[in-house]
Design a protein around this ligand. Structure first.
Ligand code: SF4
Length: 372
């Protein structure tokens, strides 16, 4: 338990909280808006009560860091359409991560479609989906590949494996997304006011810290990559506050035990071999150029044409997910939060995923049911 003890040490956390308060005190009353862009951070921040250690000058916002939350309704709709076997074609099995299973599409979720007879299997990895294809050669298996740079290498390796094994009944509907273009879209948005980014730990293990350097260089944005334990998050926040008050924007790395500036070359190489950048639609952020990963033509036998990126995601009219994902409102500002929209009956994607901001607020944050 060495690492747990070290990174969850209460005294160390209090000391970091005190240092953050001293640093924020030098901000001359300026309100500091810091955004995390990783669902793991969203959960860690609320689970460990980090906001309670911070001075009121610091506001923590959640951004587009939950892969399920940013996956548009068009993707879910297309998956359900694909699950309906074409006349005379093989029966289709959809293989999906559990988080995506309950995300609402225009006319219901994959869970609803499964209740109506679609064959939808929940898997933990792309390789699990591949095994389903191997065991069911009479069926076509479509893996619903969502996630950021963290999960893309696994999908890429699985596509290569399918090709090597001539597994013609395995295909991938790529919904993979990449974080740096989304961050550029956020800072380019006139509505979004952020002083610094808590950069994603898991994504950065793959891509490294270098791809974020444009944020400091071109936008003067404070940035810090950090991990998921309480003292990791607090160190990241301290680094951001110090950068802002000292007016020295940079990309710091407070997660050096895992993240290198250059990332993981092997993982990047396999992703580059199988995928290429493509325009994509994000819930909350809209169409972002070259922000998604499309399967290269060389591997097209194992891919499915993704949804038209120009078609926006269609949300429930009262759901504020698109604003939550840009840090414009808090989940508890949504009129449905905790009343109509609950983890067991989610109205929007941000309440479905374990990494969604609405789910995190409901479970741990202000406005949760226990506070009513
Ligand atoms: S509480 Fe539910 S309806 Fe409201 S923004 Fe979050 S997910 Fe959407």
């Amino acid at each position: 338990m060495k690492f747990i003890d070290e990174f969850r040490n209460a005294e160390a956390a209090k000391e970091l909280g005190a240092r953050i308060r001293r640093a924020a005190g030098r901000a001359a009353g300026k309100r500091l808006r810091l955004m995390e862009v990783c669902g793991g951070h969203t959960m860690a921040i609320h689970r460990f009560g980090i906001p309670h250690l911070l001075p009121e000058e610091i506001e923590l916002l959640s951004g587009p860091g939950c892969p399920v939350c940013v996956t548009p309704t068009t993707y879910v709709d297309l998956a359900i359409r694909l699950g309906t076997a074409p006349c005379g074609g093989p029966e289709v099995t959809l293989a999906t991560f559990g988080d995506l299973y309950r995300v609402p599409g225009t006319d219901g979720s994959l869970e609803d479609a499964a209740a109506g007879g679609l064959d939808v299997r929940v898997v933990y990895s792309a390789m699990d989906a591949l095994r389903i294809a191997q065991e069911n050669p009479e069926r076509e298996v479509i893996f619903l590949a969502i996630g950021f740079e963290t999960t893309a290498p696994g999908t890429a390796a699985t596509i290569r494996e399918a090709a090597a094994g001539e597994l013609h009944n395995f295909r991938v509907l790529s919904g993979h997304k990449t974080m740096p273009p989304a961050l550029r879209a956020l800072v380019d948005s006139p509505e979004v006011a952020v002083d610094g980014f808590i950069l994603p730990g898991h994504v950065s293990t793959i891509i490294g810290s270098e791809p974020y350097e444009f944020l400091a260089r071109e936008y003067g944005m404070a940035c810090c990559v950090t991990g998921f334990e309480p003292t990791d998050v607090l160190r990241g926040i301290l680094a951001l506050v110090q950068q802002v008050v000292e007016e020295r924007p940079a990309v710091e790395n407070a997660y050096r035990r895992v993240v290198k500036r250059a990332g993981n070359p092997l993982a990047k190489q396999i992703v580059d071999e199988v995928f290429e950048p493509a325009d994509g639609q994000w819930r909350g952020l809209g169409l972002i150029a070259e922000s998604c990963l499309a399967v290269r033509a060389q591997w097209e036998a194992h891919s499915v044409e993704p949804p038209d990126p120009r078609i926006p995601s269609a949300e429930h009219e009262a759901c504020r997910c698109v604003d939550v994902l840009r840090g414009l409102v808090r989940p508890s500002d949504c009129s449905l939060f905790g009343k109509v929209c609950l983890p067991d009956s989610p109205v929007g994607a941000c309440m479905v995923s374990n990494e969604g901001a609405c789910a995190a607020y409901y479970k741990y944050g202000p406005g949760r049911r226990d506070d009513d």
